[in-house]
Design a protein around this ligand. Structure first.
Ligand code: GTP
Ligand code: SPV
Ligand code: MN
Length: 587
């Protein structure tokens, strides 16, 4: 019977009893992850108006959801790391005293699920059977969260089986309450391996396996256990000769991870094949041979919708064409979905992401800029054969990249691991719609982890430096910027499938084949080392522009970089200050 208890784990049952006692749900539903259960819950969600069925002949298994308009992105100002001391969270996180925060949350949660169902979601982060995999249990009163977690993680019986009678699982408690920004708290208690999230039902705030467990709690576990939990895509690239290379790349939210992870190489690259291991999170650990190996802890993609089309990301379009949930896009009268940047003309009329009538020419956007698709990774035609491999894949390169209209060249390579850590640590990027707040302001987002590092950022940098000592064959480290613009505000680099040209240089560097020139920033390809063959409107002059190091801009940049270092002064590793001095003297 769907919903029946499917484990006898005593610790788990005890915890659920406590939560039920506090939150007073009308009933408890234990998820087993079956298709029967999915169909039942989907029908219930449609009945309650949480989901709208899309045209099943066009989009089989696809449903539409609108979140509360006040609840459309991560909320960094409501996100807390509740370590015993404020120093544990460090100066870049919001900190709260765990006792005080628990008290506040328990009072908000009192009878907080009255009249609702409490769903028990056992899930795995990581491939079944991997030594890297962790078990989480999310308790939630949101049926939408259940259906998303089903796609995003290995959920249900498989997780109960891996857990057995162990008490080693992450306790995640999620309650929507009245979805009020005034009562919205996303709280992490690393010392208890626990998460409590209230007042939001959206994305990274509510799907607790993703940013909360896999990154904020995960980064704590990683530091203690000697591995790395990173906001990185993982992709494989195979050359025409059959040589396979895996790389991981950290770009901030809405800065191109999904697009790069699913890249279809441009026509110049016939015979080259890119394959996806993951599009958002990498867990990486050195193996017995001294290589860094990575697994994708997730099983689905929670991808940015606007701008996705057959040209920019055909495999995302295919992935999201069946068994997919669409959140906050526009809904057409024939029960199809639409968004800015979709193929074809806009619909004559539709309902926008808020449910209001919308027509072309209306001032606002039809789809929210942070509207998302939730699609199972098995839908991805270019899924890497090793995506479920418990051993993970060996990483040859780590790529950092931000969204920078100026200053930062398209591609350069770090001199060595410590210099690479410096490049990651000083990464800047323009803010995007993935988090509420201003858009387009450059801020420091070290390793794309500013919103996701669950402990002191200086100690996190130290952990990165330490990792070098346990990885015999460390990946090379690179920095990219797809987003540099010219004086007219046009992107200097075409991006998307053409990023294969940058990836080729990276891969060739990893295999000791490509030349580079020593510059103030690092190793850079010269025109002779970089393939621009067959490119339209991109010649030697454009290459020079996109790679230019402007000393004026860099004078400003090193000052801006220092703002973060000053903030982290208590724990900043001295190696990074030395790297800074070296950069200044080179400049
Ligand atoms: P999260 O899921 O929020 O962590 O983001 P992500 O890093 O996976 O972002 P995604 O790949 O969805 O990128 C979203 C935005 O980046 C969209 O606006 C894309 O159009 C834009 N983008 C991605 N790749 C490129 C590129 O190569 N060039 C340019 N100019 N824009 C790009
Ligand atoms: C991000 O913001 O980096 C995301 C989307 O990947 S969310 O799951 O909402 O955090
Ligand atoms: Mn992300």
């Amino acid at each position: 019977m769907p919903g029946e208890r499917n484990t006898n784990n005593p610790e788990l049952i005890k915890w659920i009893d406590e939560v039920a006692e506090l939150c007073h749900p009308e009933k408890i539903f234990w998820c087993n992850g079956s298709v029967e259960e999915r169909d039942l819950l989907t029908a219930e969600a449609v009945g309650k108006g949480v989901l709208t069925e899309l045209d099943q002949s066009k989009l089989p298994g696809c449903y539409y959801h609108r979140s509360n308009p006040n609840d459309v992105a991560r909320v960094e100002q409501c996100t807390y790391i509740c370590t015993p001391t404020a120093a544990g969270a460090g100066p870049t996180n919001n900190w709260a005293d765990p006792a005080i925060m628990y008290a506040k949350l328990y009072s908000l949660l009192q009878r907080g699920m009255a009249g609702r169902t409490l769903y028990v979601i056992p899930y795995l982060m990581g491939p079944p059977g991997s030594t890297m995999t962790k078990v989480g249990i999310e308790l939630t009163d949101s049926i939408y969260v259940v259906l998303n977690m089903r796609i995003m993680t290995r959920m249900g019986q498989v997780a109960c089986d891996q857990l057995g009678d162990s008490s080693d699982f992450n306790r995640g408690l999620h309650a929507m309450l009245d979805v009020n920004p005034e009562r919205r708290y996303i709280c992490h208690f690393p010392q208890d391996n626990a998460i409590i999230s209230v007042g939001s039902a959206y994305g990274g705030n509510a799907l607790l396996g993703k940013k909360c467990l896999a990154l904020r709690i995960g980064s704590n576990l990683a530091q203690m256990e000697g591995w790395m939990a990173e906001h990185m895509l993982i992709l494989g690239v195979e050359s025409p000769s059959g040589e396979k290379t895996y790389v991981a790349a950290a770009f901030p939210s809405a800065c191109g991870k999904t697009n790069f992870a699913m890249m279809v190489p441009s026509s110049e690259y016939k015979g080259w094949k890119v394959s996806t291991v993951g599009d958002d999170i990498a867990w990486m650990k050195p193996d017995a041979e001294g290589r860094l190996r990575a697994v994708n802890p997730e099983a689905g993609y929670f991808g940015v919708v606007p701008g996705t089309n057959r040209q920019s990301n055909p495999n995302a379009i295919i992935s999201a064409s069946r068994d997919t949930l669409f959140t906050n896009v526009a809904l057409t009268p024939d029960r199809d979905v639409w968004w800015e940047g979709k193929d074809g003309p806009p619909p004559d009329e539709c309902l926008d992401w808020k449910g209001d009538p919308w027509k072309p020419g209306f001032p606002g956007k039809a789809a929210h800029p942070n509207s998302r698709f939730t699609a199972p990774m098995v839908n991805n035609p270019m899924l890497d054969p090793a995506a479920n491999d418990p051993a993970g894949v060996p990483i040859s390169a780590i790529i950092f990249g931000g969204r920078r209209a100026n200053t930062v060249p398209l591609i350069f390579e770090a001199y060595n691991w410590d210099h690479g850590v410096y490049l990651g640590a000083t990464m800047g990027s323009e803010t995007t719609a993935a988090a509420t707040g201003g858009i387009g302001q450059v801020r420091r987002d070290p390793m794309a982890m500013l919103p996701f590092c669950g402990y002191d950022m200086g100690d996190y940098f130290r952990h990165w430096l330490q990792m070098r000592k346990v990885i015999e064959y460390p990946p090379r480290i690179f920095h990219v910027n797809w987003f540099r613009k010219d004086e007219k505000g046009k992107f200097l680099w075409p991006g998307f499938g053409e990023n294969m040209r940058v990836l080729q240089w990276i891969v060739d560097r990893c295999h000791g084949r490509a030349d580079a020139q020593e510059t103030a920033l690092g190793w850079m390809p010269q025109l002779k080392d970089f393939n621009i063959r067959g490119m339209e409107n991109f010649g030697p002059e454009q290459f020079k522009k996109v790679q230019r190091i402007d000393s004026q801009e860099w004078q400003t940049e090193v000052v801006l970089q220092n703002e973060l270092f000053i903030k982290l002064n208590a724990t900043l590793p001295k190696e990074l200050m030395f790297e800074r001095e070296l950069l200044i003297s080179r400049l």
